[in-house]
Design a protein around this ligand. Structure first.
Ligand code: SIN
Ligand code: FE2
Length: 212
């Protein structure tokens, strides 16, 4: 079959100090990543978590790896057990781990050892409000974030909530890596627009790798 993207090789775009976008870097493994998401979700289904403030998140989430990020009425935490199944989160598929480590290295963070992968699923209208990733003990490790399916507008600010925001469109196969000086920068996803993508249908998926 003719693949229109077959000879689109990945390229890098600097985003902020310590942060870079690896455009289309996950395109070659996108099908395998989608299979991995299916396998994880068969064991630990997507669910809309409730924040400590009582707000039901519009993004549906699951996790793989030795620990997973969860929120409930009591707070945010990393736990080895999926509270919904009472079993351990599914293991991180090899294709996830290899990609995350390669991307971190290419972005200047060798020796990244992610133990958690949060999987976000956005339906049209779903968004992620401006926040910092700060529930990890190891702030020396970067965040590696992989986008699949429908495009979304990613907001990337600074250390303070009201710092000016950059807005960049993240498309199928794009990977953002942030660490170092930007590890605690505020970021978010604007409400997803309706659409159809051949790899993901009416959704956008995001994989966020962390060393907790
Ligand atoms: C996140 O901040 O956890 C996810 C960002 C994204 O969906 O691209
Ligand atoms: Fe985040």
């Amino acid at each position: 079959m003719l693949d229109l993207f077959a000879d689109e090789s990945p390229w890098q775009e600097p985003l902020a100090p310590g942060a870079v976008i690896l455009r289309r870097r996950a395109l070659a493994t996108a099908d395998a990543l989608m299979q991995g998401i299916g396998q994880v979700a068969a064991l630990s289904p997507f669910r809309q978590m409730v924040t400590p403030g009582g707000y039901t998140m519009s993004v549906a989430m699951t996790n793989c790896g030795s620990v997973g990020w969860t929120t409930d009425r009591h707070g945010y935490l990393y736990s080895a057990v999926d509270p919904q199944t009472a079993a351990h989160w599914p293991a991180m598929p090899d294709v996830f781990l290899v990609l995350a480590r390669q991307c971190a290295t290419e972005a200047g963070y060798p020796d990244f050892q992610p133990d958690a992968c949060l999987i976000n699923r956005y339906a049209p209208g779903a968004k992620l409000s401006l926040h910092q990733d700060k529930d990890e003990k190891t702030l020396t490790a970067p965040i590696v974030s992989v986008s699949l399916g429908l495009p979304a507008v990613f907001q990337f600010g600074g250390l303070r909530r009201n710092d000016p925001l950059q807005r960049v469109m993240l498309e199928h196969g794009d990977v953002v890596v942030w660490g170092g000086d930007s590890r605690l920068f505020y970021h978010g996803i604007q409400p997803l627009k309706e659409g159809y993508h051949s790899a993901t249908g009416a959704f956008r998926f995001n994989l966020t790798f962390r060393h907790t």
